[in-house]
Design a protein around this ligand. Structure first.
Ligand code: OOG
Ligand code: NI
Length: 455
């Protein structure tokens, strides 16, 4: 991997993701197979539209997200510095306590229009909450082991200090080295830092505790490409014998207007691990491959409706896919309607033929401007995660569950969000605010372009 000068945080992120992807494909060959399936499916979707893969915007062709789980607040703080250097900032708070995991976290991701366009890669990052570990012995053992762990090499810390001064002034060699050293944080190690008995006692508390505590790195646990047709990918995974998760998370299949995020995965591999001391070997399940299809970002109102219908689907209990389809009949499936009801965020722009219009007075209402063909709009892509879906993904990858998450939602405790912000030493942006700002900026640009004071 090599970085051409002059470069910036967005480029650094792009080079990093490429290196991470190559590393993960080598570590988990089945993941390479999933990426191939996605390419084949997307090619045939595009072919039907008279297009090919090269016609897809760059941002669609790159891996969309990965996930890591950290052990301590110090690790969380260091990671947030590393990601900031790559232009990724904490957006959204995810409290996994509500689905029975002793974790909470955020997504580190680019937030500006331009950075998202260049590379939207983000990392779902969680950190262990010792206060939610039930057994005092396990809590103590975990904290002792984690206190000895150092994820970041001295050279990486040195380079990060340098990059934080001014990322654009890193030399080519330093930037390359930063990537190499950063990759070590995410690499898988088949050698556990603890004896088998310790591993088993932590696993008994919660499989996530063992996964987080017993290894020397914060191994990336999955990477996720974006597809145009997740239902086709799911079928193809099954046809090729990949251990696919039973159902696709998120909104139901068959919508004309895709909203939020649909995702599925192949289940975590059982991997050989050599335990410390005795040299005994055993197995660990943690790493998997996932695929996602992204739709429109919804407003607060749109999200409330989504959450309400999801809860209704749980109550219906007619088999998940059917209940979901039934409940979502109440979610509008027409862009004009979604816009009118204020359920989805849009990016507005002056349409190409608007400039040729004569100078009659323009309406100042967005609906009228759209109707007159002066302005056009497209939905803004959802860039975040869904805690309820994440729970389903988490659960399907734990050896000891049958693949269904506990689908009871509980009120999230705000105090723990503030706690995480304290750890990060910065505010966690609300994803709604980010979309709101993107939409607002596009409206202002339209107003400017049309010489209107306000829309
Ligand atoms: C993260 C699972 C959440 C997603 O796509 O919702 C996630 C994990 O297993 O650590 O990545
Ligand atoms: Ni994921």
């Amino acid at each position: 991997c090599s970085i051409s000068s002059p470069w910036d945080a967005d480029q650094l992120r792009t080079v990093f993701v490429q290196a991470l992807s190559n590393m993960y494909r080598e570590e988990v060959p089945l993941y390479g197979k999933l990426v191939d399936i996605v390419r084949t499916v997307d090619s045939s979707v595009l072919e039907k539209r008279g297009k090919n893969l090269d016609d897809l915007p760059i941002r669609h062709q790159l891996e969309r997200h990965g996930a890591i789980r950290l052990g301590t607040i110090q690790e969380m703080r260091q990671i947030s510095r590393l990601f900031a250097i790559m232009g990724m900032h904490p957006v959204g708070y995810y409290n996994l306590e509500m689905v029975g995991f002793p974790l909470h976290g955020t997504a580190f991701r680019p937030t500006s229009e331009e950075s998202l366009r260049r590379n939207p890669f983000r990392v779902f990052t969680t950190v262990l909450r010792p206060d939610l570990i039930v057994s005092p012995t396990v809590r103590e053992t975990a904290s002792e082991i984690l206190a000895r762990r150092e994820l970041f090499s001295p050279r990486l810390r040195e380079l990060m200090n340098q990059a934080e001064q001014d990322v654009t002034r890193l030399t080519q060699k330093d930037a390359d080295e930063l990537i190499v050293e950063a990759l070590k944080v995410f690499k898988w190690h088949s050698r556990s830092t603890v004896p088998l008995e310790t591993y088993l006692s932590l696993k008994q508390e919660h499989p996530m505790v063992a996964d987080i505590v017993c290894f020397p790195s914060a191994h990336i646990n999955h990477l996720t490409p974006r597809t145009l047709d997740i239902d086709a990918v799911q079928l193809e995974m099954i046809r090729q014998g990949l251990p696919a998760k039973e159902c696709i998370e998120g909104p139901p299949a068959g919508r004309k207007c895709e909203i939020l995020l649909r995702q599925t995965s192949f289940k975590a591999l059982e991997e050989q691990v050599v335990f410390c001391g005795s040299g005994v070997s055993g197995t660990h399940t943690a790493r998997f491959g996932e695929v996602e299809q992204r739709g429109a970002a919804v407003t607060r109102k749109g999200r409330d409706l989504y959450d309400k219908l999801l809860a209704a689907a749980v109550d219906l209990g007619n088999g998940w896919d059917q209940s979901l389809a039934q409940a979502f009949q109440d979610y509008p499936d027409d862009w004009t309607e979604l816009r009118k009801q204020g359920l989805v965020y849009f990016r507005y722009r002056v349409s190409a033929d608007a400039t040729s219009r004569n100078k009659e007075p323009l309406p100042t209402d967005m609906g009228a401007l759209l109707q007159a063909g002066v302005v056009e709009c497209e939905p803004i892509t959802y860039e975040d995660f869904l805690p309820f879906s994440a729970a389903g993904i988490f659960a399907s990858n734990l050896a000891d569950t049958n693949g269904t998450a506990d689908r009871k939602l509980q009120a999230t405790r705000c105090s723990s969000r503030v706690e995480l912000e304290g750890v990060l030493g910065r505010e966690i942006l609300s994803e709604i605010d980010v979309y709101e700002a993107l939409q607002r900026a596009s409206v202002d640009e339209v107003a400017n372009g049309l010489g209107l004071e306000e829309i």
